[in-house]
Structures are given as C-alpha cells and as structure tokens.
Design a binder for this molecule. Structure first.
Ligand SMILES: Nc1nc2c(ncn2[C@@H]2O[C@H](COP(=O)(O)OP(=O)(O)O)[C@@H](O)[C@H]2O)c(=O)[nH]1
Ligand SMILES: [Mg+2]
Length: 308
C-alpha cells in the first residue's frame, strides 16, 4: 500500500471514530485544557468521563490509580502528560488483542460468522469477501442463515459483487445441510469458506444448539474446521456487546471478533472492555458502510485515530 493510501485510510478511520472522540476525548480536553498542573481533585471527573464512555470499571480504576501515583511524583504536570498515560494504557490493553487473521495459501480455510441479528454479519462477510478478492484468494460464500429469504438474497448480492460462488438452499432448509454441501466444495477448491449464520431462531431449536450443530458437522467433515469462529459485535450496543461476547464464547467458543458500526456511536470505548474482559483477537473493525470501511484492527493506529 502506498503512503498516500495509508494517509487516506487513517483519515477515514479518524472520521469513523469521530463520535467517540466527541463524547470522550473532547470532554476530557475541555476539562483539562488550560490547567497547568493537573490537580488530583480532577480525577473524579475523569473517572466519570471514562465510565460514561464505556471503557469499563477495570480500565478506569487502573488508570486513575496510575494517575494518582504519577501526580504524587509530580510527573503529571500537563494535560499532555495525562493524555499520554491514557493513550499508553489503552494501547497496551488493545495490543493484546491485535492478531490479524492469517489465511494459509493452498489449503481450505473455514470461517464461521456468528452473532446476534443486525450486528452486521452478512455485511462483514461481504466486506471480507471483497478484501479476499483483491488479494486473489479463492472463496465460497455459504448461506446458512436459512430463516429468512431476505438473508439468503442479501448474501447472494455479495456473491454477485465479488464473483464468489454461493452455496445455498431454500428458505427453511437445515443450515447444517447447507454447510455439509459447502465444506466439500471448499476442500476441493482449497478455498476460503465464509459461513453466514442466523442471529435469531424462530424454531424450537435454540440458536446456540443450531450453531453447535453446524460446528460439529464442519469438524466432522473437515477436521479442525471451523478454523475461525468470528463473532460480530455491534459497537452501538455498548455494554450489551460484552454480554453477547461472554454468552457466545461460553456456548460455542469464539476465536475472533469483528466490531462493527464504530462510526455510528459515541460508545467506541467499548472496544477496551471487550479487549480487557474477553482477551480474544479483534480481527476487524467496521467504521462505515463502504467496502473499505472494514479494516484490520491495529491498536496503535486505533488509539492515534481516536485521539485525533
Ligand atoms: N454504519 C455502519 N453500518 C454497518 C456497519 N456494518 C454493518 N452495518 C449495517 O448494519 C445493518 C445490518 O447488517 P447485516 O449485515 O444485515 O446484519 P446481520 O443481521 O448480522 O447479518 C446493515 O444496514 C449494514 O449496512 C458498519 O461498520 N458501520
Ligand atoms: Mg445477515
């Protein structure tokens, strides 16, 4: 990627995070600007801003503790020093979850995409497919959300756009049967297989049972599959995203996270909580509806963009 592309991408990321910046960094700036010495009575206000920005109690109390310590040693003598401590803290937590998806060449690689309805599963698959296409990776899209006809059609549109074959059946078909067909095709073509799943079930089977069954069939037909179980979380749901992550991880085991709609929310700080409480790689972040708005997650870039 050229340098100007990088700049362009960074500007878009910054733009995407602008609501979170307004709700958090700007509040912070207003509070600390013009103060030559950051007094300790300011910590309560800072704490309030951090909690309000969904950064979570663990992050907040650790950070405040460090600030008090630094203040005592007279190391917290400017707003910039305070911001630097905050940025460093965030980066060190996010870094532990920075681990991009590595897709091996010449082998089938299966990605099962899960998450609650409306979080952005199908869209994320479409955007991932576009990335893979750019990189010349062969792929197959699998319509295992069979509960709504619209869901199958939506994936079909992405298949057309990217030229990727799609494996689908009629609405109401058993998702495991769709996956069964697809996995042999993926193995034969040594392709990346992207499995779209439902986020809510209208049948007697619970969602988690259905997902477990799909996983079981995948592993039976291609040992080791799914290679990635990617949970899609919607940043606008704030704390609820953390609860969803815990539930999905406990029930089916998650190996990666895609955090979408960071552009539509002031709650982008939730990424810190997700990183800290889940400790699962954050593979992608979604910062807009455009094709290029699904990005690999890079902690330093993220924090720099957030602080503007
Ligand atoms: N602004 C914004 N919208 C997104 C993003 N990702 C997905 N969406 C939108 O979220 C809505 C639901 O997405 P969809 O993929 O159908 O969700 P699914 O039910 O989980 O498959 C759609 O209108 C998408 O365009 C994102 O990163 N930013
Ligand atoms: Mg969908």
């Amino acid at each position: 990627m050229g340098n100007s592309d990088n700049k362009n991408f960074f500007a878009r990321l910054k733009e995407g995070l602008s609501k979170t910046r307004t709700g958090f960094v700007r509040n912070l700036d207003e509070m600390i600007s013009g103060k030559r010495i950051v007094s300790t009575d300011i910590f309560e206000d800072i704490e309030e801003i951090l909690i309000g920005a969904d950064l979570g109690p663990a992050f907040t109390s650790n950070l405040i503790e460090e600030m008090r310590y630094r203040a005592k040693r007279n190391e917290l003598d400017s707003p910039d020093a305070l911001k630097k401590i905050m940025k460093d803290h965030m980066t060190s937590i996010l870094k532990t979850c920075e681990s991009p998806l590595r897709i091996p060449k010449g082998e089938p690689y299966t990605i099962m995409v899960v998450g609650v309805n409306g979080t952005g599963k199908t869209t994320t698959i479409g955007k991932m497919a576009s990335r893979f296409k750019k990189n010349g990776v062969p792929m197959i899209l699998v319509a295992a959300d069979t509960f709504r006809a619209a869901a199958i059609e939506q994936l079909g549109i992405w298949a057309e756009r990217t030229g990727a074959p799609i494996i689908k059946q009629k609405m109401g078909a058993d998702p495991s049967a769709v996956v069964f067909d697809a996995i042999h095709a993926a193995a034969a073509k040594k392709a990346v297989m992207l499995v779209d799943t439902a986020g809510r079930l209208h049948t007697k089977t619970g969602l988690m049972d259905e997902l477990k069954k799909i996983k079981r069939i995948m592993d039976r037909e291609l040992p080791g599959a799914p290679h990635e179980t990617l949970l899609v979380l919607d940043a606008t749901t704030g704390q609820n995203a953390v609860v969803q992550a815990q539930t999905f991880h406990r029930e089916i085991g998650i190996t990666g996270i895609a955090l979408t709609k960071l552009d539509g929310t002031a709650k982008g700080g939730i990424i810190i909580r997700i990183a800290q409480e889940m400790g699962i790689p954050i593979r992608y972040i979604g910062v807009g509806e455009g094709l290029d708005d699904l990005r690999r997650f890079k902690s330093e870039e993220f924090v720099d963009a957030l602080f503007g």
